[in-house]
Ligand binder design. Structure first.
Ligand code: CMP
Length: 144
């Protein structure tokens, strides 16, 4: 099977009605959507997702923000999809992220940066398992 990655439009992006625009960028890049759902994450899910940031000064605020409203969680598939997705997404800080990247175009600040994408194949596997059950993901499909 091809590489998969976890991508989530954060509460700021959902609230500002950017789901369609962002999904379109991934689709036009040739990536394949294999699962998606709108979900307001529990504190527990958010803590697990951001476990590596525990203890950092922004950790509690990060949890407050990501649990503050619906998140559009997705799994995308394709060749080198982890790095391709990160190119589409841009840099963590929207101010430093180039134009034509999602965060460069839509991000407000380092917290409200519109979107999350897994930073490696290993974190992608962990995050997909955390957010999705197997029956929520497409395993095979015919091309029409
Ligand atoms: P994300 O890709 O979701 O992974 C960790 C998140 O922590 C990151 O995007 C930022 O939104 C957030 N983050 C990183 N650094 C800071 C910071 N200095 N202040 C607030 N949030 C931060």
């Amino acid at each position: 099977t091809e590489e998969r990655t976890f991508v989530a439009i954060k509460p700021d992006g959902v609230q500002r009605k950017l789901i369609g625009e962002i999904v379109a960028r991934f689709e036009k890049k040739g990536l394949k959507l294999v699962g998606c759902k709108l979900i307001q994450p529990s504190r527990k899910l958010a803590e697990k997702h951001y476990a590596e940031h525990k203890g950092k000064p922004f950790y509690e605020g990060l949890l407050d923000f990501i649990t503050s409203g619906p998140v559009f969680a997705m799994v995308w598939e394709g060749k080198e999809v982890v790095s391709t997705s990160r190119s589409l997404i841009g840099l963590t800080d929207p101010k430093k992220s180039p134009m034509n990247t999602i965060r460069g175009d839509f991000g407000i600040d380092v917290g409200r940066n519109t979107i999350h994408g897994s930073d490696s194949v290993e974190s992608a596997q962990r995050e997909i398992k955390l957010w999705f059950s197997k029956n929520e993901l497409i395993t095979s499909s015919i091309t029409i």
